[in-house]
Design a protein around this ligand. Structure first.
Ligand code: AMP
Ligand code: TRP
Length: 329
């Protein structure tokens, strides 16, 4: 019997994985497999909450899967799988939907944000946090490493566990969010008050994991900062620079203080040039791995199948238990 605790996380298959995803999620995930039993998922069902071109979606699912591995997630040490390959996710979601009050979903800030930008609000966008709860609960997950933006969804998942337990008895492990202290929220390069988002319409707002070095340099160079010149860390008054320094710190392991000191008497431009170099160096081996992996797509499909089988083994057990508890035959 494994006494390791279980971790699950995932990323929605929209846009391109960004530096924010790398720092806030994937890079942390890789370091957890020593101590935890880890499930990492390419969340393709979640992507359907916004309109997708089927051909592009299919390509992107494979690309995300390859990027997970290229960023250092070892398929032998982690269960890497594609959400839709495990039908139990959608099945459990239905059961949980019957227990979730509309009022709770209405309070989700991500829903408020996203729905305010849409002419017609589709039910899937509203109920999406329940699918996320289902992802987590199927694997009896203890810990969910996510960025700050997902905290509220984790709280909802915990509420759903309580609703279920009150009605049907103890069934699920109560999950906890794990939010890294530094880098939990990397901000947009164009608007330091907004999260760096992979679905931002302005491509200059994010660095994508697969961006060519020239592009990375250009984007970081044109990152919005203030009009002062002295390099110091002040997230309120100098949000843009603070964001760059945070990225710098996470990627190099140096403290912010140490970095600020090393730029005494220098200008923001120096920070940007060096940071661009650091990001390029970080992503160079990732991109090499990625290109290598994409050359052998049959192998990627094999890895997906292995992941699916491992994931289903656990998910089907939980779903069977749930069906028993709720009184289905
Ligand atoms: P998403 O891109 O929204 O599918 O998020 C996938 C994972 O990456 C989640 O754990 C997010 O919290 C994390 N993440 C996304 N964007 C950022 C960001 N700008 N900073 C830190 N973490 C992020
Ligand atoms: N909703 C998450 C996001 O957009 C991605 C996600 C889907 C997820 N299912 C999950 C994260 C389960 C953690 C656990 O960032």
């Amino acid at each position: 019997m494994s006494i390791k605790k279980t971790i699950l996380s995932g990323s929605t298959v929209t846009g391109n994985l960004t530096l924010g995803n790398y720092i806030g999620a994937i890079n942390n995930w890789g370091q957890l497999s020593k101590d935890y039993n880890c499930y990492y998922m390419v969340a393709d069902l979640h992507a359907l909450t916004v309109k997708q071109d089927p051909k592009e979606l299919r390509e992107r699912i494979l690309s995300f899967f390859a990027q997970y591995i290229a960023c250092g997630l070892d398929p032998n040490k982690n269960t890497l799988f594609v959400q839709s390959h495990v039908p139990e996710h959608a099945e459990l979601q239905w059961i949980l939907t019957t227990l979730t009050p509309m009022g709770y979903l209405n309070r989700m800030t991500q829903f408020k944000d996203k729905s305010s930008k849409q002419k017609e609000i589709l039910a899937g966008l509203f109920t999406y946090p329940i699918l996320m709860a289902s992802d987590i609960l199927l694997y009896q997950t203890d810990v969910v490493p996510v960025g700050e933006d997902q905290r509220q969804h984790l709280e909802l998942t915990r509420d759903i566990v309580t609703f279920f337990h009150n009605r049907y008895g103890e069934t699920f492990t109560m999950p906890k969010a794990y939010i890294g202290k530094v880098g939990a929220k990397i901000m947009s390069l164009q608007d330091p008050n907004a999260k760096m988002s992979k679905s931002d319409e302005n491509e200059k707002a994010y660095v994508s994991i697969l961006d060519a070095p020239k592009k990375i340099q250009k984007k970081i160079k044109s990152a919005v900062t203030d009009s002062e010149t002295t390099v110091s860390f002040d997230p309120e008054k100098k949000a843009g620079l603070a964001n760059l320094l945070t990225i710098y710190s996470v990627l190099t392991g140096k403290s912010i203080d140490e970095i600020v000191k090393s730029y005494e008497g220098k200008m923001y431009g120096h920070v940007k040039v060096d940071l661009a170099e650091i990001v390029c160096e970080k992503f160079r081996p990732v991109q090499e791995n990625y290109n290598q992996l994409m050359k052998n797509q049959d192998h990627l499909h094999e890895l997906m199948k292995t992941g699916r089988d491992k994931a289903r083994e656990k998910a089907s057990k939980t779903l069977k238990l749930v069906y028993e508890r709720v009184g289905l035959i």
